[in-house]
Each structure stands twice: as C-alpha cells, then as structure tokens.
Write a new protein. Structure first.
Length: 595
C-alpha cells in the first residue's frame, strides 16, 4: 500500500508543479460538507489510506503531513506510512500557521474551493496573506484528475417520501421558507445541506451510507420556487407531481452556469456550512452575498405531529429489536459464550433486519468491550475487533434508519461481575441522564444552559466527560441534526417544541472501561406547569429499552431517582411486551423488575 500511496502523492505533486503550487490542501470533507462522505468522494482516504471521519492532509513539494484529532492518534499510525507523512494534531497545530512556518514569502498554496466553507477560506486567506503567501483556487482537483479507479456513484432512484409521513406538502414548506428568505433581505438562498433540500422536497435517497439523502445542490427563491441540481437519471417519472408546482430539476453540471446568472441578486448562504466555491462563484458573477444560517434547519428540526408519530412508532420496533439482542447476549454470556465486537454488531443488526421498514444503520455501530469503550468514538472496523472478556463492561451505541424515523441508543452492559467503582460511575451517569430527562425549562432555554444538569453528579466526585450531552436527530434523515443540541460551549439555539435530541451523558476511564446511557427525547409543552407565569417545556422519552440494573448502586440514588428508574422500566415492559415472546419476554420481565 505504501508504494501505491507514494505514487499517488507523486501524481498530486506533478499537478502542483503544473500550477506552480508549493502546497496543496486535502480535507476529509467533500463538496457537500456533510458528516458522511460517499466512497467516490473519499479523497483523503485515496491520498493516504486513512479511514477516519475527520482530518486534513497538506502535501508539500518534498513532504506531507496528516492532521487528525484525538480520536485517531492510534489509528493514524496503523494506517498511514510515517515515511510519507508527519502526524500532527488537527486542533493543536493550526494548519495555516503550520504552512507559514513551512513556506517562505510568495509561496502558493492550492485548494479546492468546493471542499471548504467560505468561513474557512476567509480566515485562511487572511492569515496566509499576512505572511505574503497566496491561497490559490484550483480549477480541477489533482486527486480527481488522477483517481483512475474511482468508485461509481450510486444509481439508486430517488425515493418519494409520502406527504402523509412528512406531515406537510413540499409546496407549503417551500413557501414558508421562501418568506423567511425574503425577511432576511434576499432574493434566493443556496440550500447546500443535503438533508435540508430532501426535507423541503419530501424526497429521500441512498447516495450516502447511513444518511438517506440525494446528492445535489438547491437554489430556493423567495417565492418558493426551487431548482435542484442533481443526477437526473435517478428521478422517478412522477417526481414533478410529487413535489408540486415551482420545482425544476437540472444536472449538476449546469450549476456553475446558473450561479453565473445571479448577477444583481441578493443571495443568502451560510459561510459556515455552504462551500466556498458556490458563494465565490455567485459573488464573482455580481451577486451580493448575505451571510446567514440555513433557513431550512430550524423548521426541519421542529417535528410536526406526523413526523413525531413516525419517530415514536419506529422507536417501539427498534426497542424490540435491541432488547431481543440484549436478551440473546445475556443468554450467551450465561453460557460462557463470548464473541468479538464485530460479530456482536452484526448480531444486533440481524434483529433490526427482520423489520420490513428497516433501511440501514444511522451510523457505524460502536461495539466496544472493556478498554475500547473508553474511546467514545471507537470503531471496531478500524483494527482487529476485540474479544469480549468475562467480568467486564460492554458498550453498544447503535441506531437505525426506518422509513418512519431515525433511532440512536446506547446501552452499557455488565458482562459477568463488575466492581463497586464501576457501579458507582454508571449510577452517577444515570443520575445525569435522569436530570436531563426530567428537566422543566422556560421557552427560550438553550441546550447549552441544560448541559450541566447531566454533569453535576460527576462533577461532585471530580469527574466529567469530553463530548456533548446531546445532539439533534432528524426524521428519517440525519442522526446528527442541527441546529439544536445539548453541549458546553455551543448549542445556544433555543429548544423548541417538536425538536428531537439525544440524552447521552457518559464517563470514560482510559484503557479500563467506558459508560454511556443514551435515549432520544422530544421537546414538548410542560402540561404540569401549563398555567405558570412562563411558557414551560419538558422532554418526552422516545427510546424504550431496558437499562442494566446490575450496574446500578442504589445508595447513590434518591427516592425520586429510584422511582424514575422503576417507572421507566414499567413503561418499557408495557410498550415492548406485546411484541416479545418466549425466552425474550421472560428476560424482559426479569430485567424491568423494580429495584
């Protein structure tokens, strides 16, 4: 593989020389700037062999560096040849500053504007310019020119998502968002987030693993008319009838010409999520850019009754599938049959596969035993899957895409005997989970304000966790949906009725064990405080799957917390037992008994 990667770096440098470039930047992102990248856009993987989900490569004339975050410090050394790349920190080594240290004045740094945000471009351009270094937009990506065995994009037809499931027509949605575009003083908005235009048009797709979207870019006018640039071969015959009046479809190859026709238009786009090429092309053509957030994001996040009904229905079926897996796992452990992390992940999916509405995982399952669970974004596919050991903790974080909704759940399971310290830590995490679940808060409260609810009990014992407490979740769309969230330094968007979020506090002890307890929750009006002086909101649990009582130490729980745990398990039993039988039902009744 090293010879192959060396040859690919050589091909990149040949293209750099043709354009008189001293460096070329390769991010993990593709032109759609989403979390997931389809195989034919895995440019960073092609150039390095690195399979991680975040990072950046900078190729110089005689050397190269790969920048990764703390999740990948071990993996990058396993996958990327140290003879070809220096290993650097994505966050601790600012790339622009590193370039300034490596290059002299009048150097030229190439980049593909499609693969970076406008905000990144403005900041990097400014920093390099101070050092007399020029940031140069390449007309053609050197990787694309040399990737001769590039995978073919998927050809799966676009799925027409029923108006009954969506709860609103595409025309109604487009008119509503169009009015918002007009309010912001714009004539047109670039809708570059794939889940945003799929939600607007009531369509779904299979273009990216784990994310049921269609590749493309949309332009939405203030009057609600919309142009979608995508692969026209994927469109079903009745798509025009489905989306309603005012929608046109064009090939992605026609996008540049359309952007060049926007002279004199006021164009709304997000500098933080929309790629730089789209905005710079429009600006160079004479359009006036108006910086703003994606106008679809907030309305999409507020699920309507039909969307919430789908989410609730799929969570019951998902609860049955995951519970059947946990019942099977308990039986296997009791028989002293222990498996590796990969087989466990496959077994879990086998229970979901029996559901005709199941489509695919909503993300790569985190199946982690022992010390591997201490890496909160661990992926058993990035190395040799570990064998489960007796007297350990097993963490499984998984989710599913169903035709009526998206799920995401984490359970932490005792394998044999566990220590008092482990039970203490799980119980402190549970207390934080309950505090979020039971929170009541005035309208206008953000997730950032609630985040410490989940951490307070860990803090009192000198502990914490290094990830957000919760992220937004879409309706048969992205399992990581913005703008809502529950986290320390971000998530300042007010939580609104209909938003769905995860509630997932955790604790991780390096090389020993990891703990996370995750349910999805929906924001709803607080009926108990309906007549109070402020409009109050609360959360409703969507996930109903047993939590492992063997990992709970009651002495750390208040009476109210014990009551919550028992009432939650009573709900789990009532909702799931009609769909379970035999040994699985016996297991369910046993593990949901009051503590």
């Amino acid at each position: 593989m090293s010879n192959t990667i060396a040859a690919r770096l050589g091909a990149i440098r040949t293209e750099m020389a043709k354009s008189n470039l001293d460096a070329f930047i390769i991010p993990r992102a593709d032109e759609y700037l989403g979390e997931y990248v389809p195989a034919h856009n895995e440019r960073m993987l092609w150039a390095s062999g690195f399979t991680g989900s975040a990072g950046m490569i900078i190729v110089l004339k005689d050397s190269a560096a790969i920048f990764v975050d703390g999740r990948y410090t071990v993996q990058v050394r396993q996958q990327v040849d140290a003879a070809l790349f220096d290993y650097l920190s994505l966050h601790d080594t600012p790339q622009a500053q590193w370039l300034i240290e490596q290059l002299g004045e009048n150097a030229k740094v190439g980049f593909d504007a499609r693969l970076h945000t406008l905000a990144w471009f403005n900041q990097t351009h400014g920093e390099l310019a101070k050092a007399q270094i020029e940031l140069v937009q390449v007309a053609q990506n050197p990787i694309d020119l040399n990737w001769h065995d590039r995978p073919t994009p998927t050809s799966t037809p676009v799925m027409l998502f029923s108006e009954q499931s969506a709860g609103r027509s595409s025309l109604e949605k487009r008119k509503t968002i169009g009015s918002e575009i007009k309010k912001q003083g714009a004539d047109i908005a670039i809708i570059s987030a794939l889940d945003s235009f799929c939600w607007l048009l009531n369509i779904r797709g299979k273009d990216i693993p784990c994310l049921p979207v269609v590749l493309g870019t949309a332009l939405l006018h203030a009057n609600g008319d919309m142009l979608l640039f995508t692969d026209l071969n994927k469109l079903p015959e009745n798509v025009i009838d489905h989306v309603g009046e005012g929608v046109s479809f064009k090939a992605e190859s026609e996008l540049a010409a359309e952007l060049l026709s926007l002279s004199g238009c006021k164009v709304l786009a997000s500098p933080d999520s929309c790629n730089a090429w789209l905005q710079l092309t429009a600006q160079d053509a004479g359009a006036q850019l108006i910086a703003g957030s994606d106008p679809v994001a907030l309305p999409k996040a507020q699920k309507n009754e039909a969307e919430l009904a789908g989410m609730k229905a799929c969570h019951i079926r998902d609860g049955v599938a995951v519970s059947r897996f946990l019942a099977w796992l308990d039986r296997e452990v009791n028989a002293n049959r222990l498996y590796d992390e990969a087989l466990l992940a496959e077994k879990l999916e086998s229970f979901r596969l029996s559901d005709p509405m199941y489509q695919e995982p909503s993300f790569d399952t985190i199946s982690a035993t022992g010390g591997n669970a201490a890496m909160c974004h661990y992926n058993h596919n990035n190395g040799t899957p570990a064998q489960m050991q007796m007297n350990s903790i097993y963490l499984v974080d998984s989710g599913a895409q169903y035709l009526d909704g998206t799920t995401d759940v984490t359970r932490t399971i005792a394998i044999g005997d566990v220590t008092d310290e482990q039970r203490k830590m799980v119980t402190l995490v549970l207390k934080g989970h309950i505090a979020i679940d039971q929170a009541k808060f005035p309208k206008g409260t953000s997730g950032m304000q609630l985040d410490s609810f989940a951490r307070q009990y860990l803090w009192q014992h000198g502990f914490d966790f290094d990830h957000g407490t919760g992220h937004g979740v879409g309706h048969y769309l992205s399992v990581h949906e913005g703008p809502q969230g529950i986290a320390k330094g971000r998530s300042n968007v007010a939580l609104l009725e209909g938003m769905v979020l995860s509630n997932e506090p955790g604790y991780y002890r390096a090389d020993e064990f990891g703990i996370r307890l995750e349910n999805l929750i929906a924001v709803r009006p607080c009926e108990a405080l309906a007549n109070s002086e402020r409009e109050m909101l609360e959360f409703e649990a969507l996930t109903f799957i047993p939590m492992d009582a063997r990992l709970i130490d009651k002495k750390y729980l208040t009476d109210a917390e014990v009551s919550w745990f028992n009432q939650y398990h009573q709900q789990v039993r009532e909702k799931l037992s009609p769909f379970m039988q035999g040994d699985d039902l016996d297991w369910l009744n046993k593990v949901t008994a009051a503590i």
